[in-house]
Design a binder for this molecule. Structure first.
Ligand code: IVH
Length: 713
């Protein structure tokens, strides 16, 4: 049962690929016109993606257009044309490579569009129905695999030697890219003697994210050096495709590619001495033995529950993987069951791709606002039409600074591709240029602060513009106060952002110390403040006066002095006066303090204004215990990084953090290879999964107690 395809050389297939041909139709158009417009758009984008390796829209958008066309054609089959993109399996074949006819066609997998766990259950239900199983029958065995985001490759070995590597092309005919594929070190050129005389291994060629970053960095340098014809790549898959389709294999060799095996094509039949496997998993294990890379996550799982657990396990690991995946793939394990299930047109019934929510989506830029940060930094922020991406609705994306906004050339009215991967803040990846309104103009940073109208300046060698207004600028003042009151700083409970805005706008609070001279009746008269909350706030302010040196230093909002640095400073010097007069050299002795931080601290305390603020706070009654400095190496848990997650039985997370830090440990927010321990209480989520995935030791309350007694479990 071969997939229905059209010849890649069908005349007229690519004859309307001009930019304007991708213009969308409107719902008012007839279905025939809509279908035609969709076909044009899909051809245009398929050409940009497959042939030019330069996609203009995210995959999710392409899939949507594709499904829209499929739905139209299904409802009115007379609309179907032989050159419709829905009739093709893959991309165009470049003339420059020799063509390869696949002896066994390279098929596609059906995609489950339901990205929730129920998508896995639906697949299992379908398989059980097809197999005629009832509820009392045992669960079906599946293999869970990763869905790699690269490009499909067929590797042909004859007599144990790699003789040909071919892309999928349209599924029937691909391109001979052997010379380029030979440059991939992970792909064996020769197989052990027990391999069958003919073997075609199918799998995915991809580029690791770190390799992609290195490649793009080199490309940027080449562009900067004026090398003609060079470009940067949009994403690792696009870079991998570009490398595989390089006519010059010398260039391909410079672009580091990797490979994972996931299936078979042509093979010596069992009755001619070929292997006779009974399951997909056994076959994969044999491929591994012959030297093909197999993703370690590949697993045998049972029934719907097994699929759901696999989906969740991989989701938790996804961001920590060194390469991109866009979902997982489920395959019926038993090969005789696979044979019985067969194919529907171009897709096997025994496999499905279960995607994760897309990490890239398209939206429009409504405006570009400039925000003023605590230290005066002016940040252009793209305000976006709300878009669901990476599992959340995104309405803002930072453009960082003027240079960055210009480099990406983001303009108001533009259609942009937004990416949100994991917990990383959303970013604009690129602009869809052919959708740019004619009157869109380039972004320029204003010459004056949008809040206080002070001059905005950019220092030599710096990318950021800054408002020169300092605490004269109400935006900076407000943020300085929010920061001061923060839970990890002076911890003034009940002093929220809205209240600070009012207090500054009504000039009740001009400096930090003014907070401690607020009167109850003034507070009670602020919007949304009741007598009771005003009383509570007064108490919280009073309570905050007794603090620690580390918290106090952090609360001052000195540029580059974060919570950890503030604590180190306090620990090292023991006394505020010692820090206020310390030379840059003396400051450099503190762990984590480099020249930039040392300079920033010195500059801060050199300003008479800042010394006055400190004095005014002391006068208002702010105190902390001062003491002698403790050398960090004397601390029992110095150099140990711990992550806390879930609900602990014996103490709250904040308490555990404080106790650990008092012993010299660093408490981090996310798990990485550098984490020494993860302390996991009840209902630990993704951090625990990540610790297990990375092999980081996991402690419970008992383990924590051991750590706090100064021992390393
Ligand atoms: S199996 C007969 N397994 O996804 C089934 N494909 O439409 C053939 N892909 O471009 C494909 N990871 O390159 C299979 N673990 C995996 C995969 C996978 C990624 C790609 C494949 C093709 C597309 C399937």
């Amino acid at each position: 049962m071969r997939p229905r395809t059209v010849s890649p050389n069908t005349p007229g297939l690519f004859d309307d690929l001009s930019a304007e041909s991708s213009t969308a139709s409107t719902p008012a158009d007839t279905p025939a016109i809509q279908a035609q417009a969709l076909r044009r758009q899909l051809h245009h984008h398929a050409h940009a993606y497959y042939t030019l390796d330069s996609p203009e829209i995210p995959d999710a958008e392409y899939d949507r257009l594709f499904r829209e066309l499929q739905a139209l054609e299904l409802a009115q089959p007379e609309l179907l044309t032989c050159d419709s993109p829905t009739q093709r399996v893959g991309g165009a074949v470049l003339d420059a490579f020799a063509q390869v006819t696949h002896r066994v066609p390279m098929l596609s997998i059906r995609t489950e569009t339901d990205t929730e766990a129920s998508g896995a259950e639906a697949f299992d239900a379908r398989i059980r129905k097809e197999l005629g199983l009832s509820e009392s029958d045992p669960p079906v065995d599946y293999v869970g695999e990763l869905k790699f985001d690269g490009l499909a490759m067929s590797l042909r070995y004859v007599g144990g030697l790699l003789v040909q590597a071919a892309t999928r092309g349209d599924g029937e005919t691909g391109e001979d890219v052997t010379a380029n594929i030979r440059t991939i070190r992970q792909i064996p050129l020769r197989l052990p003697s027990d391999a069958p005389s003919v073997l075609e291994v199918r799998g995915e060629v991809y580029m690791r994210r770190d390799d992609f970053e290195t490649l793009n960095e080199r490309q940027r340098q080449r562009i900067a050096a004026g090398t003609k014809g060079e470009k940067t790549f949009v994403n690792p898959r696009n870079a991998a495709a570009g490398a595989v389709r390089q006519l010059d294999s010398g260039i391909a060799a410079e672009r580091p590619l990797s490979f994972f095996a996931y299936g078979l094509g042509d093979i010596t039949p069992a009755n001619e001495g070929g292997p006779q496997w009974t399951s997909h998993f056994k076959m994969l294990m044999q491929l591994k033995d012959w030297g093909f890379p197999l993703a370690e996550q590949t697993a045998c799982v049972q029934g719907a529950a097994g699929l759901v657990a696999f989906h969740q396990r991989v989701a938790a690991e996804r961001d920590a993987l060194p390469y991109d995946i866009d979902g997982v793939v489920y395959k019926v394990n038993d090969l005789s069951l696979q044979a019985g299930l067969g194919f529907v047109t171009r897709e096997p019934r025994w496999a499905v791709a279960h995607k994760y929510p897309a990490q890239e989506e398209m939206t429009t830029v409504l405006s570009i606002d400039v925000q003023v940060g605590r230290t005066g930094k002016l940040t252009p922020v793209a305000k976006l039409a709300p878009v669901f991406v990476g599992g959340v609705t995104v309405t803002n994306a930072t453009l960082h600074n003027e240079l960055e906004a210009r480099r990406k050339d983001v303009r108001v009215g533009d259609t942009v591709i937004v990416r949100r991967a994991g917990d990383v803040i959303p970013e604009v990846v690129s602009v869809v240029l052919d959708r740019r309104p004619a009157d869109a103009s380039q972004f320029t940073m204003m010459s004056h602060c949008p809040v206080c109208e002070s001059l905005a300046e950019r220092e030599e060698g710096e990318a950021d513009h800054r408002c020169t207004g300092g605490l004269f600028c109400s935006a900076q003042r407000k943020q300085a106060i929010w920061h001061f009151a923060h839970r990890r700083a002076m911890d003034v409970e009940g002093l929220g952002d809205k209240l600070v805005d009012q207090l500054v706008d009504t000039a009740q609070v001009n400096t930090l110390a003014d907070l401690y001279h607020l009167k109850l009746d003034i507070l009670a008269n602020m919007d949304r403040m009741a007598e009771k909350s005003a009383v509570n706030l007064m108490e919280a302010l009073e309570k905050s006066k007794t603090t620690t040196l580390g918290r106090f230093l952090f609360s001052l909002g000195i540029r580059h002095v974060g919570e950890a640095t503030a604590k180190e400073l306090a620990r090292h010097f023991g006394q505020l006066d010692a820090i206020m007069v310390a030379s840059e050299d003396a400051l450099l002795q503190v762990a984590d303090v480099g020249p930039v931080v040392a300079h920033s601290i010195r500059t801060f305390f050199d300003q008479p204004h800042n010394r006055e603020v400190v004095q005014a706070l002391r006068d208002a009654g702010v105190t902390w215990p001062e003491g002698e400095a403790l050398a960090p190496t004397e601390m029992p848990l110095a150099g140990i990084t711990v992550v806390l997650t879930g609900t602990l039985q014996t103490m709250g997370r904040d308490e555990a953090k404080e106790k650990l830090e008092a012993l010299g440990a660093k408490v981090a927010g996310s798990v990485s290879k550098k984490t020494h321990y993860v302390v996991a209480g009840a209902e630990s989520g993704s951090k625990l999964d990540k610790a297990l995935a990375l092999g980081v030791p996991v402690l419970d309350d008992t383990g924590l107690a051991l750590l706090l007694s100064g021992n390393k479990p």
